[in-house]
Design a binder for this molecule. Structure first.
Ligand code: BG6
Ligand code: MG
Length: 219
C-alpha cells in the first residue's frame, strides 16, 4: 500500500524556483558573476550557503570571500527573495497541485514536504495550503542538501512511514537523486531529469489516476 506522497516545494508546488534564480542572479551580478538558467538548474534543491559557494566557484572567486562576507551575500539574496515572495497568493500554486492534495486527503494518504528551504513554512502559509500537509520536514535541522536523502528521510520519519512505500515528487536532478537514494519511488517534473521512475512535463499531469497507475506498476 502507498503510505505517503512527499513533495518538494520550489518548482513543484509553486514556481519559486524562478524567484530564487532572479535573486541569485542579482546578487551574483553585483559581485561581477553572470549566471544563466542552465547554471541555475544546478542550484535547485541546494541550500542557501551551498548555492552561494557554487556561484563563487563558478565565478572563479571562491577564495576571495571570507565567511562573514558570504553570510552577508547570502542574507542579501534572502532579502531580495523574501521581498519577491510578497507576490505569492493561492493563484501561485502550480496547476493540479491543490486538487491532488485534496484528493490525497480524501483518500487518507498522508502528505509530506521535503524542502531544504528555510522559507518553506512561510510559503505554504502564503499559498494557504499549510494544513494540507500531514508533516513538513524542518530544513533548519538538515545538515546535508539534496542529493543527500536526509530531508526525505526526515519527512518519512515524521510521517512514520517507510521510504520504500512512498512516492517523492521533484523538479530538480539533486532531488530525484535524493529520492532514489532512500529507496522511494521518484516522479520528476520537467525536462532533462535522469533516473526518475516517472517523468512528467508539467504538474497538471500529476493526478491521482497517474500516481496510482505509477504505484501499481512499481509493485
Ligand atoms: C530549495 C531551492 O528548495 O531551497 C533552492 O530549490 C534554495 O534553490 C533552497 O537555495 C534554500 O532555500 P532558502 O529559502 O532557505 O534560501
Ligand atoms: Mg525544487
Amino acid at each position: 500500500k502507498l503510505e505517503a506522497v512527499i513533495f518538494d516545494l520550489d518548482g513543484v508546488i509553486t514556481d519559486t524556483a524562478h524567484l530564487h534564480f532572479q535573486a541569485w542572479r542579482q546578487v551574483a551580478c553585483e559581485i561581477g558573476i553572470e549566471i544563466d538558467e542552465t547554471f541555475n538548474n544546478t542550484l535547485k534543491g541546494i541550500s542557501r550557503g551551498e548555492s552561494l559557494r557554487r556561484i563563487l566557484h563558478f565565478g572563479g572567486c571562491e577564495a576571495a570571500f571570507t565567511q562573514p562576507q558570504r553570510d552577508a551575500l547570502a542574507s542579501r539574496k534572502n532579502g531580495i527573495y523574501v521581498d519577491s515572495l510578497s507576490q505569492l497568493t493561492a493563484q501561485s500554486i502550480l496547476p493540479g497541485i491543490h486538487e491532488l492534495l485534496l484528493e490525497l486527503r480524501e483518500r487518507q494518504i498522508p502528505t509530506g514536504l521535503a524542502s531544504v528551504s528555510l522559507n518553506a513554512p512561510t510559503i505554504l502559509n502564503m499559498l494557504g495550503i499549510a494544513e494540507l500537509f500531514t508533516f513538513c520536514a524542518d530544513a533548519g535541522r538538515i545538515t546535508h542538501s539534496k542529493p543527500d536523502p536526509e530531508i526525505f528521510l526526515a519527512a518519512c520519519d515524521g510521517l512514520g512511514v517507510s521510504a520504500q512505500r512512498c512516492i517523492g515528487i521533484e523538479d530538480a536532478q539533486a532531488g530525484i537523486d535524493a529520492i532514489n537514494a532512500c529507496g522511494m519511488h521518484s516522479i520528476g517534473i520537467g525536462a532533462g531529469l535522469q533516473h526518475a521512475g516517472l517523468r512528467l512535463t508539467s504538474t497538471d499531469q500529476l493526478t491521482w489516476p497517474c500516481l496510482s497507475a505509477f504505484w501499481q506498476h512499481a509493485q
